[in-house]
Each structure stands twice: as C-alpha cells, then as structure tokens.
Design a protein around this ligand. Structure first.
Ligand code: FAD
Ligand code: NAG
Ligand code: NAG
Ligand code: NAG
Length: 521
C-alpha cells in the first residue's frame, strides 16, 4: 500500500497528505496504468481493463445499449450526434477517480484520442460541452444518490441526478433545497454553473447553498472542498463549471418547505398585453419592494410563426394564493393553472411544457441588462423581426425570449461566496434567455448566425441606452459568449490561481476541452 501511495503522490505531493489513504485503494498503480496505456495504445481499452463492465462503445460487433442510451439522453441533437470512442459510466466516486487517474496519465504521455468530457444531465445544448467526438465521455448518471442527513439539515446529492429524482423524496419529508425549476434537468451542470431556483429570492443561487463538494482532482485524489478544507476550491466550484475536477457529490442545505402556490399563467400577446406584462415585470423586479417568496419566469414564445404566447411561470413559495407581489399580472387576461401543490408538481409541469424541444437542434443565448420596461419591449421587437425572417426558411422553429428578474435583492444574498462576480453591482437586472429549437440539423448554421446577430444587436442597443451589464449567466450562454470573462477580472484571476494549485498540469483546461474554459471562456 505504501509504495502505491508514493507512486500516486509523486504527482500530488502537497495534496497527498490526508487523502492518500482514501484514494490509494481506488487508483490503479502508475506503472500498471502506463504499461497498459503503452501496450494497448488506447485509453478506452485501458479504462475497460481497470473498470470492467463500466466502459461502453458501439463497435459493430458489440452494439452496446448503454452507449446508445447515454447518447439518446442528451437534451440537444447537437450533443446526441457526437460519437465518443467510449462512454465510461462509473458507479462510485472511486471509479471516477480511477478514470481521471488513467486519463491524466494518458494526458501526460500525450497519448492521442484521450481527451474527455464530463457529463451529468446533458442539458447544455452546444456540441462538446458534455460530450466529445473521438474521445471519452464520463457519464455520471449512476451517481444519483440522495442521502438525507439524520438531523435533516443537509443532503448528499449525486451529480447524476435529475431534479425529478430529488424533489419528490424531499417533498414527502416536508423538506426542500435550492435547485433547478425543471424536473428533467441535470444537477451537476446546474450546481457548478450557479443555479437559479424558485427559492433564489430567499437564499440566492443554488451554488450558494452547498456546504461541501466531494471532487475528484486531476491527480485522481478524492477531496472535500468546503469552508474549512480547500476553501479556495470550494469558492471556485461555485460558478467554475468543469474547470477544476469532477464533482462526485454535492452536500446541500435542506430547509423545511410544505406546499407552495404556483403554476402557469398564459396570455395572448396583443400589443397592449405585452406592454402591460413588461410594465409588470419592471415593477416586480425592484429590490426595494421585492418579495423574496415570489419567483417569475416570463416566456414570450413564437411557435413556427403560427402561435404566439406569453407563458408566465409563477411561483410563490408559501401556500398563499394571489399575494400582492403578483397583483398586476393577474389583472391582465390569461388562462391559469395556478394551484397550491408541491414543488415536484410545478417542476414537472414546466418539464412537460418544454419537452417538445428534447432531441431537437437547440441553442441558448443570454444577456443581462438593467431592469427597464421599454428595453424589454425593444428586445421583443428585435426578436420578432428575426423570427419573422427565419420562419420563411427554417422548419419547425420554436423561439422563446425568457425574461427573468435578477434584482440586487436576489443576487446579493451571498455574492461574495461564489465566483459569479455579482458583488460588483447594485442594479436590478433582467436576465434574458433565448431558447431556440428547430427541426433540421441542416439549418443549424443559419440559426446560429441569426441568433448571434440578434444578440449582437441587443447588446449594442443595451450599451447605447446605458443598460448593458457584463454578467453572462454560464448555464444559459451560447458557445460564442464568455461567461468567465463576464465574472470580472478579479474572479477570473482567482479562478486561474486555483487552477494552478489544484490542476498544475492543466488537465481540465486542455484534456477536457468542452465547456467554458478559464482562458477562452
Ligand atoms: C429545460 C431546461 C431547464 C433549465 N432550467 C434551469 C433552471 O431552472 N435554473 C438554472 O439555473 N438553469 C436551468 N437550465 C440551464 C441548466 O442549468 C444548464 O443547462 C446546465 O448545464 C444543466 O446541467 P446538466 O448537468 O444537465 O448539464 P451537462 O450538459 O451535463 O453539464 C454542463 C456543464 O457542466 C459540466 N459538469 C457537469 N457535471 C459536472 C460535474 N459533476 N463536475 C464537473 N463538471 C460538471 C459539464 O462538463 C458541462 O460543461 C435549464 C436548462 C434546460 C435545458
Ligand atoms: C515502476 O517503474 C519504474 C521504472 O519504470 C521502476 O523503477 C519501479 O520499480 C516500478 N515500480 C513498481 C512498483 O513496479
Ligand atoms: C470539510 O472537509 C473535511 C476534510 O475532508 C471534512 O472532515 C469535513 O467534514 C468537511 N466539512 C463539511 C461541512 O462537509
Ligand atoms: C407593483 O408591485 C407592488 C408589490 O410589489 C404592488 O403592490 C403594486 O400594485 C404594483 N403596481 C403595479 C402598477 O403593478
């Protein structure tokens, strides 16, 4: 055992003390790993040797259902259509450590075909964020534990969960957590990229409510990152995405929560209705009067040029119908599913409503601007013109402009504990998200060009009116956007310093090319 430990620790002398006794059982020996890599010349074969039964591929002679199922479960067509050489599906944190140790050894040997992707729910639309062509994808789907502590103050949540695995369990115990708003979405990406929740008015971003990350570092070491152990890594992971390691468990704060009031309120967007809704959103998004129990997502949707709707996802995290915070909204005519029910019911309702886009060509893009009703209308007009044009030649276009309140009252909750850089600001913001879906992959380039131009125009208009803000929400960002840069110079420098300490060989910058990287994102 000691000699194995010293082999592993040649790569991580400083980090070794304290974890080696945990990690040593999990990791294959360095010499054995190198020998296997060199004799097979293949990372997938080496992974298969050390993790038998957990490595899946699709060679003609060995059609592997787990490989096909993993690919089919990505949200976007763009991610589904990539072909990794193999997909590793670890069942324990030690399996993840073994895989990362092997892949880091291959990286140091400069073996080709060994770059890899880290995948939890697979909901990032853009190709390569959580999948990889001709490399290895680590699919964390089996790390889906939900373990509630005996005193019910926290839960250990595996990154491979989707919210639908978590909320019904918590609902049944009168508990909840700060997490995602759509039941089908994944935990790993949402939590490491920030995480906007119906509870954000009360408790900030999802990442702000994590006590502890269990994370596999480049060395293969399994460490805890929390306020007393690896505190810089702890902060870096709150917004730092896949740049530091593979998170194998999130220990999250639980709090008591019974039923809430929520549902959707759908309106027909006449010009008058639109103006009224934008005025409502503007009024709702003022910190001075913001009710922390109130949450709103206003979706302006165009469906194939035929149907136009405003779908408001309205949530109030008390069982109180029609609180004053929403008074203006319900004066505007609409159709309601509002009710008192559990969180899992509302998150499933939104998942069902948005499920038509699963497996289609999809993209997101985002913009942060200072709360202003006239500018919300101006953005709508820009989008409407683009949709009118695209509809003449793009089949099955579904375009949604989603306006989400991000007042100072929300983002200041624990701004300094994460790396989003929002502690620099005091304005009340609106976070704009475009959700775009279409039928044919052959239209991908056309849509990308149109949406990039739309956001270029929107950003220029925001700047001209003094309403632009540099924050770019990572979980909503398009491939050309730069969320890490948007965190500001101080956060970016901090993230780079943490990367140098925990990943001196830059495995997660170079060997894991997908997602938003520190230097380029
Ligand atoms: C229908 C829908 C609803 C959404 N609702 C919300 C919402 O309510 N609130 C919100 O904030 N966002 C929401 N989002 C955005 C969502 O946060 C992102 O799409 C997020 O990336 C999803 O996480 P995932 O695990 O499914 O993603 P993945 O695509 O699997 O991963 C995203 C990125 O994180 C990295 N990553 C994933 N797991 C780990 C890990 N364990 N360790 C290290 N790196 C990891 C990946 O490498 C990848 O680059 C929604 C998205 C969709 C499609
Ligand atoms: C590992 O290999 C090196 C040289 O390649 C050798 O000196 C060392 O003894 C080996 N260690 C073990 C445990 O086999
Ligand atoms: C922080 O990490 C240390 C070292 O692993 C661990 O002993 C401690 O329990 C962790 N704290 C929390 C809150 O998880
Ligand atoms: C603005 O919001 C407050 C509550 O936050 C509400 O009392 C008031 O009626 C709203 N005004 C308008 C014009 O919607």
């Amino acid at each position: 055992m000691f000699s194995l430990c010293s082999q592993i620790c040649r790569f991580a002398v400083v980090l070794c003390i304290g974890f080696c006794f945990v990690a040593v059982e999990a990791l294959p020996g360095l010499n054995a790993t190198q020998n296997e890599l060199q004799s097979t010349g293949s990372c997938c074969d080496t992974l298969d040797y050390f993790l038998p039964g957990k490595v899946h591929d699709d060679t003609i002679l060995d059609l592997d259902a787990a490989y096909e199922a993993s690919l089919a479960s990505y949200y976007s067509q763009q991610e589904q259509s990539l072909n990794p050489t193999c997909i590793v599906i670890p069942t324990t944190n030690e399996d993840v450590a073994t895989a990362v140790f092997i892949l880091n050894t291959a990286y140091k040997l400069s073996l080709s075909g060994c770059k890899f992707a880290i995948r939890s729910g697979g909901h990032t639309p853009q190709a390569g964020a959580a999948n990889i062509e001709g490399g290895i994808t680590i699919d964390l789907q089996q790390l889906n534990q939900v373990t509630i502590s005996t005193d019910k103050s926290f839960a250990g949540i595996g990154p491979g969960n989707r919210w639908i695995n978590i909320y019904p369990t918590l609902d049944a115990q009168g508990l909840t957590m700060v997490g995602g708003r759509v039941s089908t979405v994944g935990v790993g990406g949402l939590m490491t990229g920030g995480g906007v929740s119906f509870y954000s008015g009360r408790y900030g971003f999802a990442c702000d409510n994590i006590y502890n990350f269990e994370v596999v570092l480049a060395s293969g070491a399994i460490v805890n990152a929390n306020s007393t152990s690896n505190p810089n890594l702890f902060r870096a992971l709150k917004g730092g995405s896949n740049n530091f390691g593979v998170v194998t468990r999130f220990d999250v704060r639980l709090f008591q929560q019974g039923k809430l009031w929520g549902g959707t309120y759908t309106q027909i967007p006449t010009p008058e209705t639109r103006t009224d809704v934008f005025n409502f959103i503007h009024n709702f998004t003022k910190s001075a009067t913001y009710d922390p129990y109130a949450a709103l997502i206003s979706n302006f949707a165009w469906e194939a040029g035929v149907i136009e709707l405003i779908v408001n996802d309205v949530e109030y995290t008390k069982p109180t119908p029609l609180p004053p915070a929403f008074e203006g909204l319900f004066d505007i005519p609409g159709v309601s599913t509002m009710r008192v029910d559990y969180l899992s019911s509302f998150t499933t309702e939104i998942a069902v409503a948005s499920s038509t886009t699963n497996g289609k060509s999809n993209m997101f893009a985002t913009l942060t601007f200072i709360n202003d009703a006239a500018f919300m209308a101006e953005l709508y007009a820009l989008a409407d013109a683009m949709v009118t044009d695209l509809n003449t030649h793009v089949l099955g276009l579904l375009f949604t402009m989603t306006y989400q309140p991000l007042p100072h009252a929300i983002y200041s909750k624990s701004a300094a504990s994460n790396v989003l850089g929002l502690d620099r600001f005091t304005d009340d913001f609106i976070n704009l998200l475009a959700v775009v879906s279409w039928q044919l992959a052959s239209d991908d380039a056309t849509v990308y060009t149109a949406v990039e131009k739309l956001f270029g125009d929107a950003e220029a208009a925001a700047k001209q009116r003094g309403l632009w803000n540099e924050f770019v929400y990572l979980n909503y960002a398009a491939s050309w956007q730069k969320p890490i840069t948007g965190y500001g110079e101080e956060s970016k420098a901090f993230l780079e310093s943490v990367s140098e300490v925990y990943d001196p060989g830059q495995l997660f910058q170079v060997g894991v090319p997908g997602g938003f990287k520190l230097a380029t994102g």
